[in-house]
Design a protein around this ligand. Structure first.
Ligand code: HEC
Length: 256
């Protein structure tokens, strides 16, 4: 039997669909569902503030411009400037409202400090998925063997420090052994809180929900417009159908 690409297609398609499950499955950790609502502008504004306060000192988002955020999140440019622009650009010049979200930290500096360059976060929500980001930010735990003092359940030996620890508090993982056939595998059972943070558990999850929502938005800002465009297109098609049907009746009325 000759094997052609066409015959292999169904197998390839199933493999492509299983791929994410395999990749996620390998870390063994279950992902929490991020409460994403891209049309909730108030949530996006809170997320933008969280991003500016806690992430933007290290992470750039170089496909995003401040004035685009002002327009999409219905804020004045002055408000965005005050809320988000605290640093200078790569060349040390004052950041302007029309600029992209660069950081002044160089890759060399980051490699020295964290052992790796700090990734740009514009597309992170698309590359990793919203649920992964949300779970990642919940899953830092105390680990004295790491240079930062923290490790992460979904990103083993991560270089990023737990920058939100003062909000979340400190936690350690409690594992359970799950049998896969004859082999026992250690999996996370739950986290044990060893020090409380400024926010309660529910408040912290809401904070992360807003932050993840903002990251989903910057990964694809046009989706806000695209959704409203979708409704307009559907409305247009309904109206067009009405006219087309009337026209059809008119043409065929002498035939029948
Ligand atoms: C002190 C610097 C610093 C701050 C502040 C910081 N990060 Fe990070 N972050 C890093 C470094 C370094 C890495 C790379 C980790 C690695 O590769 O081991 C990283 C990695 C990540 C990743 C994984 C990217 C990927 O796909 O590999 C995400 C997502 C992320 N950070 C989100 C955030 C968010 C959200 C915030 C704000 C709450 C934040 N970071 C604040 C330094 C920082």
């Amino acid at each position: 039997m000759k094997i052609t690409i066409k015959k292999l297609m169904p197998i390839l398609m199933v493999a492509a669909m299983l791929m994410p499950a395999l990749v996620l499955g390998s870390s063994g950790a279950k992902l929490y569902t991020a409460p994403i609502d891209i049309n909730d502008k108030a949530s996006l504004r809170r997320g933008a503030k969280a991003f500016a306060d806690y992430c933007y000192s290290c992470h750039a988002a170089t496909f995003m411009r401040f004035n685009r955020i002002a327009k999409d999140l219905e804020m004045s440019e002055d408000d965005v400037r005050e809320m988000m622009i605290h640093t200078r650009g790569k060349k040390g010049e004052p950041t302007k409202i029309g600029d992209v979200m660069e950081v002044s930290m160089t890759d060399d500096y980051a490699k020295n400090a964290f052992g790796t360059a700090v990734p740009d976060l514009t597309l992170a929500a698309r590359a990793r998925g919203a649920d992964w980001i949300y779970t990642y930010l919940r899953s830092f735990y105390v680990d004295a063997d790491r240079p930062t003092g923290f490790n992460n359940i979904v990103f083993a030996d991560v270089g990023m420090p737990h920058v939100l620890w003062s909000l979340q508090g400190l936690q350690t993982p409690v594992y359970k052994t799950v049998m896969h056939g004859d082999i026992g595998v250690e999996e996370l059972d739950h986290f044990e809180q060893i020090q409380t943070g400024k926010l309660s558990r529910v408040e912290y999850d809401m904070f992360l929900g807003d932050l993840t929502n903002f990251m989903v938005y910057i990964a694809e800002p046009v989706q806000v417009e695209r959704r409203s465009m979708g409704w307009k297109v559907l409305l247009f098609l309904v109206v067009l159908f009405g006219f087309a049907y009337a026209l059809k009746k008119e043409y065929w009325k002498d035939v029948h």
